[in-house]
Design a protein around this ligand. Structure first.
Ligand SMILES: Nc1ncnc2c1ncn2[C@@H]1O[C@H](COP(=O)(O)OP(=O)(O)OP(=O)(O)O)[C@@H](O)[C@H]1O
Ligand SMILES: [Mg+2]
Length: 170
């Protein structure tokens, strides 16, 4: 059960990516990450950081997978970055990514909520990007990371450097 939420206020795309990198470093393969948030919230920026944390080579830029649906990067483990924005549940299933996950790939899915009901998969971590309340800074984002309490504790303990650079509301 994903019962623990940790909130951050990010002030730049680079900080959002750094947060993603800290999570990417924790992943060992076989994890599904759900990335939630409105268009332009920063899900792809976050995924760029995940790729770094998974040691995907820097010459493969992580770009929005919207038009290709899924992109694959070769890191410590295969990293699959998918966008479910335009997919139906059956179209998602037909991609066969469940099997890739079972074989040890890491799967990060933007707009996971669109296909979640049609998939037997359950995310290991859910990340939500929002505009923070009462901010007129166009680079401000509220990032909520949700996971199992013990996973969150391990991640925070291993990630003090980035965690200290971000404000922790609430
Ligand atoms: N704090 C921040 N965190 C993340 N992105 C930011 C931040 N501040 C500004 N940005 C900018 O917001 C944009 C986020 O775009 P991105 O493609 O990551 O959004 P997305 O959530 O993946 O959208 P889509 O649903 O269309 O795929 C980028 O241009 C990025 O530079
Ligand atoms: Mg995107």
């Amino acid at each position: 059960m994903l019962t623990r939420d940790v909130l951050f206020d990010s002030r730049s795309a680079a900080l959002t990516a750094a947060l993603g990198e800290s999570i990417g470093r924790m992943l060992r393969g076989g994890e599904l990450l759900a990335l939630h948030g409105a268009l332009g919230a920063g899900k792809t920026q976050f995924a760029k950081g995940l790729a770094r944390g998974l040691e995907a080579p820097g010459d493969e830029p992580v770009v929005s997978p919207t038009f290709v649906i899924v992109r694959e990067y070769a890191g410590r483990v295969p990293f699959l970055h998918a966008d479910a924005y335009r997919l139906t549940g059956p179209e998602w299933t037909a991609l066969g990514l469940d099997e890739r996950l079972a074989q040890g790939a890491v799967l990060a899915v933007e707009w996971w909520e669109r296909v979640a009901d049609d998939s037997p998969l359950r995310p290991e971590v859910e990340v939500t990007l929002d505009l923070p309340p009462d901010s007129d800074d166009e680079n401000a984002r509220r990032v909520t990371v949700r996971g199992r309490p013990e996973w969150i504790e391990r991640w925070l303990a291993a990630s003090a450097e980035i965690v200290d650079r971000l404000a922790r509301p609430g």
